[in-house]
Write a protein that binds this ligand. Sequence first.
Ligand SMILES: C=C(O[C@H]1C=CC=C(C(=O)O)[C@@H]1O)C(=O)O
Length: 450
Amino acid sequence: MPVSNLLDRTPLPIPRADPLAPLEHAISAAMDAIAAVPAGRLVSLTVDLPNGLPSIHPGGDCRWLSPDADCALYAAGEAFRIALADPDAFEAHRTAWTALGAVDASPLAFWTMPPALDPALPELWVPRVLLRRGQGRTTLTVSLLRGAVPVPVAALRWLEDARTLLDGGTEGGFPAIAARIPGSDLADWSDRVCRTTAAIAEGRLAKAVLARKLTVRLAGRADARALADRLATLHPSCATFCLPHGAGHVVAASPERLAVKRGSRISSAALAGTTRRHASPVADEKAATDLLASPKEREEHAIVADAIAEVLTEVCETVERPDAPAIMRLRQVQHLWTEISGHLKPGTGFLDVASRLHPTPAVLGAPRKAALDWLGEMQENRDGLYTGVAGWIDRNGDGEAAMVLRSAYVEDRTAVLWAGAGIVAGSDPGREWTETDLKLSTLLNLFAEP
Ligand SMILES: C=C(O[C@H]1C=CC=C(C(=O)O)[C@@H]1O)C(=O)O
């Protein structure tokens, strides 16, 4: 047998360095510095990992995959959790946060805000272990609220958590659909749309976002992390995330960016006005041209863009907004899309801006109070964080936030899907129903048909 064949078939026993060795060394070296941090304060330690580690199959219970693979966050455990009674509730913790180890790698917290009709408080948590990949760098950050557990106990837990995070893998978790339990049917939906357009005609409000629910019973356990990983591959221009929520997880591929903050620059985007995608490029282009030319869709969009611009004008020194929307193309639908950005006035925090923007008319309606009253009257309720906000904020106060849309709440063998549509004067119940079908298919398509 030629030597080349032998080499092909016999893998050389190349010794693999333990990817956690840099963390272990850094923890031992930092024990005194960590212990010196006063009780009640956050402390984190970040190490750089060699890029492209072949053996990493991230596990953990939390991931955030930014659009266009700009940044991928994988996290496990909780070092700290706080209910955000007001948007500044985290500021004292953030500014007193000690960051040790690799410079310019800021530790971060995840946070969620409930949908408008949900009285729950926004929540924020700092993961015990965070793996961050992006811009040619891979880092591992461990965090602790000083005083919560003795430092040596935390150190052992960090190493355990980091090992499962780096090699926790996912279980596959794409079971077949066993049953669909719709929360509403076309007749009920049409009734709600017609009552809403009548209220709009009476001048009670300009727009309301109605939503429908679809509960899916699955033939096996769904792995929310695997669903998020698949969504990120299928929808690269969306923010894809999987976050623990209640006894399960919220999974989404959200096209709607509520806010992104880098330094003093803040950017948001209005997303409203929708049409379907077509297999033929000519038909697809025509649908986009019709969408741009439709007064009804343009009005639905302008309501959202105006509301975002109004908030940014309050908190920014300057605001940039294009004259006309562009088209955002997704797999199932295309939307009218306008990016609105500005430079923040000094002293305005990211969570403050996010809480002023939320809920935008893209998920609630307008004017805000009239839309809230109307949805309350219509007994519209939403769960699984649908039309809430999810995001992260780092120790520098920068972060990213997306609306919880094209999402599911996943727990064991059940996935609860939601989708909605903005109703304005001239909305047609049948067309809006089809639009919600297309939006639901973002998550529904992940599961095999029986
Ligand atoms: C409420 C949803 O989408 C919103 C975001 C983009 C476009 C929308 C629309 O055209 O109706 C909705 O306002 C949803 O996906 O469930």
